[in-house]
Design a protein around this ligand. Structure first.
Ligand SMILES: NC(=O)c1ccc[n+]([C@@H]2O[C@H](COP(=O)([O-])OP(=O)(O)OC[C@H]3O[C@@H](n4cnc5c(N)ncnc54)[C@H](O)[C@@H]3O)[C@@H](O)[C@H]2O)c1
Length: 449
């Protein structure tokens, strides 16, 4: 057996490909992909067939069902498990991997509720194994620059943060087509999506959340909202529906090889329907959310997430004791598994708020000084503003210098979801939540950022 590090991947949906392609390509010299695990055999076979055709010398890897997970680790001598399954199952595989002697790498969110989070924290301390949570957004050059400037003290102590994130009617809608629409699966967008944003703030300002208050609801998607706006024609899923095929929100899986192979052709096994109507019944997550956060440092944040915007991107501003930093960023909306707009029933290209020369703008202003437009290194290779490619280097080539502390641990993973978990509690109770009441960090003490 070679001395390459051996990886198994759990959850063979579209996101898994970022990791498997890296293991079979740029990072193959020191790393090896050895096994797949999923509830769905068709999806595991899809990737084995795809890579057999596309990657020279590829031999299909062994495939296992969830009840064979420990067998897989033993038989395939797995060193590290990469978890890219449905969010609410992450804790199970992270803990089983660590209990079986492996390190784990988990996609965000680390998990979906406080109880599962506690299980991960306890298991990590008990086993001493390493858990990495892959926060790709930290690595996007614009976001790294913000961290660099704040860390260098350019605006002094951060006193307050204003943060608005917009998901457009193409990308934002995708969370209402499939499993994410049920909070039990995803923790809702406060956990599934905002984990990225809350992690960025924790990392940018070098602090942890202490208190949260939030209001939110389903205001645009869902059948009741559509009816109230006068919509009269409904459908359950796009596939095979005349109404669905006319709906700009409808996803047409038939004409895309990946969507068809991974989802449409696989649904007979587990009933996973990828193209449900966003105006159907049974959605119990929010699409519009307002959150206030108090941090341990004394800073405060007002945050808003909207999932039905005409354009996609974010604005964030930091008020500090020496000045202010403002980032504006338009993003291109991407729907997992699709290739471009023709996968939608009608052309639904994402719009922009207005024509701008630079889709990203970072402005620093010291008190009494003129604003300075900050140069941002351009790197659009790979997804998430160039973040995915840089993240993969950190994950598969550990030891790379990391002065801005991009690499995120289980503590960062926990801190990033606790704000969203607290917000979910606020939606129910209307009361603020103290973050320390949610989980107990076992010894050794939490030492984030
Ligand atoms: N960092 C990012 O920017 C980013 C982007 C996309 C997705 N993600 C994350 O990646 C993960 C996967 O997302 P996706 O879009 O590929 O979803 P997906 O639905 O396409 O894939 C999920 C896979 O998990 C499998 N699965 C479900 N239940 C399982 C179980 N009990 N045991 C084993 N496998 C199970 C499904 O069969 C499916 O193959 C999610 O956690 C998501 O949050 C992160």
């Amino acid at each position: 057996m070679s001395d390459r590090k051996r990886y198994a991947v759990v959850g063979l949906g579209s996101r898994s490909a970022m990791f498997t392609k890296a293991l079979l390509g740029d990072y193959a010299e020191k790393n090896e992909l050895v096994a797949f695990c999923d509830v769905n055999q068709t999806r595991m076979d899809y990737y084995n067939n795809k890579y057999s055709q596309e990657v020279e010398g590829y031999k299909p890897v062994a495939t296992y069902k969830p009840d064979q997970f420990e067998k897989m680790i033993a038989e395939m001598k797995v060193d590290t498990v990469i978890v890219t399954s449905k969010d609410c199952t992450h804790h199970e595989y992270i803990c089983r991997a660590m209990e079986a002697g492996c390190d784990a790498i988990s996609e965000k969110p680390m998990t979906t509720d406080a109880q599962k989070c506690q299980q991960i924290l306890d298991t990590q301390v008990k086993t001493g194994k390493h858990l990495t949570v892959t926060f790709n957004y930290r690595y996007a050059p614009r976001n790294s620059k913000v961290r660099e400037l704040i860390q260098a003290g350019e605006i002094g102590d951060v006193v307050s943060v204003h943060f608005e994130w917009l998901l457009n009617t193409k990308h934002g809608a995708d969370y209402f087509r499939r499993w994410h629409r049920d909070k039990a699966n995803s923790g809702g967008l406060m956990v599934h999506k905002a984990t990225h944003h809350f992690d960025l703030v924790n990392w940018w300002i070098g602090s942890q959340p202490a208190k949260v208050f939030a209001l939110g609801g389903l205001k645009f998607y869902g059948q009741e909202n559509a009816k109230a706006r006068g919509v009269t024609e409904f459908y359950e899923r796009c596939h095979g529906s005349e109404v669905g095929l006319k709906d700009p929100f409808g996803l047409n899986m038939e004409n895309n090889k990946e969507l068809k192979g991974l989802y449409l052709d696989a649904e007979h096994e587990d009933g996973y329907i990828r193209d449900q109507s966003v105006f159907g019944k049974g959605i119990n997550i929010e699409d519009d959310m307002a959150v206030m956060v108090g941090y341990q440092s004394g800073a405060t944040m007002s945050y808003h997430l909207t999932a039905y915007s005409p354009w996609e991107g974010y604005r964030v501003a930091f008020n500090g004791t020496k000045g202010r930093l403002e980032l504006f960023c338009q993003e291109s909306a991407y729907v997992s598994g699709s290739d471009d707009d023709h996968n939608f029933a009608r052309n639904v290209s994402g719009g922009s708020p207005y024509e701008v020369k630079e889709p990203t703008q970072l402005v620093l202003q010291h008190h009494w000084q003129k604003p300075i437009l900050i140069d941002i290194p351009q790197s659009n290779a790979g997804g998430h503003g160039g973040g995915d490619a840089k993240l993969l280097r950190d994950v598969f080539e550990p030891g790379t210098p990391d002065p801005l502390k991009h690499a995120a641990s289980h503590v960062d993973g926990a801190m990033s979801i606790l704000t969203g978990i607290a917000a979910n509690i606020c939606f129910q109770t209307g009361q603020p939540v103290d973050i320390p009441s949610l989980v107990k960090f076992p010894e050794p003490e939490a030492a984030c950022v």
